[in-house]
Design a binder for this molecule. Structure first.
Ligand code: FES
Ligand SMILES: [Fe+2]
Length: 405
């Protein structure tokens, strides 16, 4: 077993110990009380505008993973928050980001999705930029009479790489304090080993729903026996969960149904390899440590990008953190991925899209009860509200709301 798999196994074992302890004591993580969520939280376009600005433009977001930019000159565009951005690994190996907008007359500089280049030439008038964003070639430069020296650069956006993830902040010329944003959660992300991760499957789902309404389903297992009766509920328990929080980030763990047999068995007999643990990198990225395939652990990343108050696209990538699987293993991974995607699309995304249509017909002031067992959903809502109430600038700190166990 590789060092990396050892780290993951130890993480699973540590989580399993805690959750078996819950099972032995006949308890689970519960919020202190029921939370009422006003239906306007999912419908109000003004609230959405504030959220989009604060959470998607002024907060670090996962734009890609390190292996998407494997070597100096590797680049890719990032357009998911309606700001055209270019992300490049420069010649020193550092990740940089720029507005993908030419300073001469605003043309889109890089038009393909990804690739490798040492120079980028704007097709409009041919200005050429290097990976540090400097214009290194301006046709007929003399005709600008020396007046462009301070404008010969692409506008930078903050970009940094941590734990195998590339974060950007979609506000040009701003500053980003990524370490403050991640806080101690960074140590948990490091354990996932995304630095070596290779993408093996990709997909996306578009749904007419609100992004928060959709994220909510990722952090409660209350819906398993009903919505996922023939799929996930066959494997996973619905009445046992653990929520851990680091600032606005959280990890939600729920065990297999067989946990109730393990509580009377020694640790050596637990099947720790299939414990799922969902990590929310606030606000929109869910990294799920999934089960172990023949070639090692698999991690799924869901990134939810809203397009409007009632429209979103979720980009889904399956990673093999221990390197590229063999062709034969890939076939098996592909079959599993398709069956999981079918449940996600036909069950989770289907119900969120279909239900969202009905929300606007409810009388104003209608409130939805979020139960004590839906503790992960409650915590997410609190953190969205807290982020909107804060003055500009990121704050961090461990903030747990877990109630009595
Ligand atoms: S707009 Fe890019 S060179 Fe003119
Ligand atoms: Fe679900």
């Amino acid at each position: 077993m590789s060092d990396h798999e050892q780290v993951l196994r130890e993480l699973r074992r540590e989580l399993t110990r805690k959750i078996v302890d819950f099972a032995r004591r006949g308890t689970t993580d519960l919020a202190p009380e029921v939370m009422d969520v006003d239906v306007s939280f999912f419908l109000d376009p003004q609230l959405y505008e504030q959220e989009f600005q604060r959470l998607f433009r002024e907060t670090p977001l996962v734009a890609c993973v390190s292996s998407d930019l494997p070597e100096p000159g590797s680049y890719r565009v990032f357009d998911d928050v309606a700001v055209p951005m270019l992300i490049v690994r420069d010649k020193d190996g550092r990740v940089r980001s720029f507005l993908n907008v030419c300073p001469h007359r605003g043309a889109r500089v890089v038009r393909d999705a990804c690739g490798k280049a040492s120079r980028f030439t704007c097709r409009f008038h041919g200005w050429t930029f290097d990976a540090a964003g400097r214009a290194v070639g301006v046709p007929e430069e003399g005709q600008f009479c020396g007046k462009i020296d301070d404008r010969k650069r692409l506008v930078p956006c903050p970009a940094e790489e941590r734990h195998g993830l590339v974060f950007v902040q979609a506000t040009p010329d701003s500053t980003m304090d990524l370490d403050a944003h991640l806080g101690q959660f960074g140590r948990e992300l490091e354990k996932l080993g995304m630095a070596q991760a290779v993408a093996v499957k990709q997909d996306e789902v578009t749904v007419r729903s609100n992004w928060k309404y959709t994220i909510d389903t990722y952090f409660e297992n209350y819906h398993l026996p009903s919505l996922h009766r023939d799929t996930f509920a066959r494997v996973f328990a619905h009445n046992l969960c653990m929520l851990e929080t680091w600032g606005p980030h959280q990890r939600f763990t729920f065990p297999q149904r067989s946990i109730h047999e393990w509580k009377d068995k020694p640790e050596s007999e637990w099947d720790v390899d299939s414990l799922p643990a969902q990590h929310l990198i606030f606000p929109n990225t869910v990294l799920t440590l999934g089960s172990v395939s023949r070639t090692g652990s698999l991690i799924t990343m869901h990134r939810l990008f809203p397009k409007s108050v009632g429209d979103l696209t979720t980009k889904i990538t399956l990673f093999a953190p221990s390197g590229r699987p063999s062709a034969e293993d890939l076939e098996q991974i592909d079959a599993n991925f398709r069956s999981i995607m079918a449940a996600v699309v036909n069950e989770d995304y289907s119900v969120t899209g279909e239900s969202y249509l009905g929300l606007s017909h409810l009388p104003p002031g209608t409130k939805f009860p979020v139960g004590r067992q839906e503790i992960g959903t409650q915590n997410f809502h609190r953190n969205v509200e807290a982020a909107l109430q804060r003055p500009p600038g990121l704050q961090t700190g461990r903030r747990a709301i877990a109630g009595p166990r």
